[in-house]
Write a protein that binds this ligand. Structure first.
Ligand SMILES: Cc1cc2nc3c(=O)[nH]c(=O)nc-3n(C[C@H](O)[C@H](O)[C@H](O)COP(=O)(O)OP(=O)(O)OC[C@H]3O[C@@H](n4cnc5c(N)ncnc54)[C@H](O)[C@@H]3O)c2cc1C
Length: 412
């Protein structure tokens, strides 16, 4: 019998999952991908859009061009998931599935924080990054506050990269003394999942670029008229330009389907990405995976929401589905390995890597800041946005070779 696998969401995880299943299964088995946006925007490059180093056209591609032939793309909004009837409702049609991969990512909810939406810019969306670029260009001096408004958020490196790139933007324009850059976060240190040593190293990077770091600042509200943030315990801080990492939420459709846990995300088996529903997998930002040794009720640290994990999850879930369809055994399991090139400005980047599921707690390292890692990130961007047929070409080999050369498991 021929199967139907439906993948919900055509971002990083969904795209890889659909392409991988299509590559591994005979074409008689259908692979359907449902995505509301016709264009795919590469989020890591939003930071370069903000600094004026990229134009939107350079970091967006029609999604159809990134998919393997034979993946059926349904350009529609997912409006319902009925796991008991094995059906999904979309704005275009109802689709029955044998296997379902939920890759709907995390939605941004700036309205969840009083005053934030009207007061702040963000580099967490394509449009927001373009608007912020214009605001930075016309900013001639004062205090810029970057605020992590709530946990969890995607890409634990992004607020730090954003702060360093903004500081570098003004250094390049000769305005260093006139612009103060501050980073506020509820976290006790930068990237707490990575442990204290890496946190100290990132704090050192921030300091050397003139970014003032304010940990343990939980935002309660923003007063746009007074240009002031209010934090837990009544502390206040003013700003002239506010840049926010907005609160994140699982998309409403997965909450309404009853797939989420108390924390609001989809719990999955950390190794197989199976949910508690038969035939249903969830991957990437929409999931909740506790980190060994760093999971406490008051500090609920989860596997970071990052493209590198969405990608690795997708490969595992794809192989699990293929094994179920073909009746073969499957040994594919998510290893927990991850990495991140941390942009620091001046065409330099650091490189953090390690295993996030290691017992008793994650083991992460930070390689010294250098041009190599920045180039690696640029190369990765080119590879990611290349038409699917070209991906296995020279660019892919170079990125892979770079990862192996440094002894780091870089999964493409
Ligand atoms: C500024 C920034 C920098 C980043 N830098 C890095 C980095 O350097 N390294 C890294 O690893 N990660 C980085 N990330 C994080 C990375 O982009 C995400 O973790 C990754 O995209 C998650 O993949 P995903 O497939 O789970 O979700 P997404 O890529 O967000 O895809 C979800 C898809 O689902 C679609 N969708 C949602 N709801 C519906 C619906 N109801 N109907 C139809 N479609 C729907 C969305 O349109 C979207 O295309 C960065 C993120 C940002 C914002």
């Amino acid at each position: 019998m021929h199967s139907v696998t439906v993948v919900l969401g055509g971002g990083i995880g969904g795209m890889v999952a659909a392409n991988e299943i299509r590559r591994q299964l005979p074409t008689a088995h259908r692979v359907v991908l449902v995505e509301k946006n016709a264009q795919h925007a590469f989020a890591p490059s939003f930071l370069w859009l903000m600094t004026g180093d990229r134009e939107p056209g350079q970091i967006c591609r029609p999604l159809a061009g990134l998919l393997r032939r034979g993946v059926e793309l349904v350009h529609a909004e997912v409006t319902g998931i009925d796991t008991s009837r094995r059906k999904v409702r979309t704005s275009a049609a109802e689709i029955a599935y044998d296997h379902l991969i939920v890759a709907l990512g995390a939605s941004l909810a700036p309205d969840a924080m009083p005053g934030l939406a009207e007061a702040s810019h963000t580099f967490f969306t394509l449009e927001g990054s373009a608007r912020l670029r214009d605001a930075l260009r016309s900013f001639s001096g004062g205090r810029i506050a970057i605020v992590v408004s709530a946990m969890p958020y995607k890409c634990p490196g992004a607020p730090h990269e954003g702060a360093m790139l903004i500081a570098d933007f003004f250094r390049r324009r000769g305005l260093t003394g006139k612009v103060d850059v501050h980073l506020f976060t509820p976290e006790p240190q930068p990237m707490p999942v990575a442990g204290p040593r890496l946190g100290e190293a990132v704090q050192g990077m921030l300091q050397s670029r003139g970014v003032e770091f304010h940990p343990l600042h939980r935002l309660m509200r923003v007063d746009p008229a007074a240009r002031e943030m209010e934090f837990e315990k009544g502390t206040r801080a003013g700003y002239d330009l506010l840049v926010a990492v907005p609160p994140h939420r699982a998309p409403r459709v997965v909450v309404e389907a009853g797939l989420t846990n108390q924390a609001g995300w989809i719990p999955v088996d950390a190794r197989t990405l199976r949910t508690n529903q038969d035939g249903v997998y969830a991957i990437g930002d929409v999931t909740s995976i506790p980190i060994p040794g760093r999971w406490k009720p008051d500090v609920p640290l989860m596997l970071p929401k990052a493209g590198v994990f969405a990608h690795a999850h997708a490969e595992v879930a794809a192989r699990q589905v293929v094994a179920e369809v073909t009746g073969r055994a499957c040994e594919a399991a998510f290893s927990g390995d991850g990495y991140c090139m941390l942009e620091a400005g001046g065409d330099l980047a650091g490189f953090a890597f390690g295993n996030f599921l290691a017992e008793p707690s994650p083991t992460l390292q930070l390689r010294e800041t250098g041009k190599f890692w920045h180039l690696g990130k640029v190369l990765f961007e080119k590879w990611w946005l290349a038409p699917v047929g070209l991906r296995r070409s020279l660019i892919g080999s170079l990125v892979k070779a770079g990862g192996r050369f440094h002894g780091v498991p870089v999964s493409l």
